[in-house]
Design a protein around this ligand. Structure first.
Ligand SMILES: C[S@@+](CC[C@H](N)C(=O)[O-])C[C@H]1O[C@@H](n2cnc3c(N)ncnc32)[C@H](O)[C@@H]1O
Length: 196
């Protein structure tokens, strides 16, 4: 099972019709689409991306699935935009790195990722789920993942429940890492620890 598929399984377990989701890195819209399918018809998905191409790709997916009415798109930097939100969310998603299929020039940065993560405690409901996937193969990715790991350790000290899923490989390949974090002890599916 791919880590992204497992992250979607966790979304399926937590999200219901009427819930509110923040996708802080919309990219090609796969996570937004999954969330919109799970929370419609009474829920809402707010999505952010710093690239116009990503917002357009996500809007196109939502329109094709007739789910665009449940979604609100923001073009901008999540490190700044999250400071302006005052509602709470059932789920906040960060799928870090670069837009697949793009020139890899625009990537999430440790500074903006931490700035956005620092807003998450006030934006996440008590039983809300924070889903963060970090990739370590691209330049800066390893450092970003280490800083996210450190941030997660600090939340654990504050009483959060943190699940870290880091699939083990035979090779030296640095696999992506997924964190499922919450202020509450959520029941999440078992990860079969086989990465394809
Ligand atoms: C791995 S992709 C996201 C994949 C996406 N969730 C999906 O399902 O297709 C990472 C995205 O983060 C975006 N990004 C990078 N820095 C950002 C920032 N500071 N604020 C918001 N989005 C950012 C990139 O433009 C890229 O589209």
């Amino acid at each position: 099972m791919r880590l992204t598929e497992y992250a979607h399984l966790c979304l399926e377990k937590r999200l219901n019709n009427g819930d509110c989701v923040l996708d802080a890195t919309a990219g090609n819209g796969y996570d937004t689409l999954k969330a919109a399918q799970l929370v419609q018809p009474n829920g809402r998905v707010i999505l952010i991306d710093i690239q116009e191409d990503a917002i357009e790709a996500t809007e196109a997916k939502l329109t094709q699935a007739k789910l665009n009415n449940f979604c609100e798109c923001h073009l901008g930097n999540h490190g700044e935009l999250l400071k302006t939100f005052d509602q709470t969310f059932d789920c906040i998603i960060f799928n870090l790195g670069y837009l697949p299929g793009s020139d890899k020039m625009i990537i999430t940065t440790t500074k903006d990722t931490l700035s956005a993560l620092n807003q998450s405690p006030k934006l996440l409901k008590e039983n809300g789920m924070l889903v963060v996937t970090a990739y370590r193969q691209h330049k800066g990715g390893k450092d970003e993942a280490e800083q996210v790991a450190q941030w997660m350790s600090e939340q654990k000290i504050n009483g959060w429940f943190i699940e870290k899923i880091e699939p083990r490989n035979q090779s030296d390949y640095l696999s992506p890492i997924l964190w499922i974090a919450s202020k509450s002890n959520l029941s999440i599916p078992h990860f079969p620890n086989k990465l394809i």
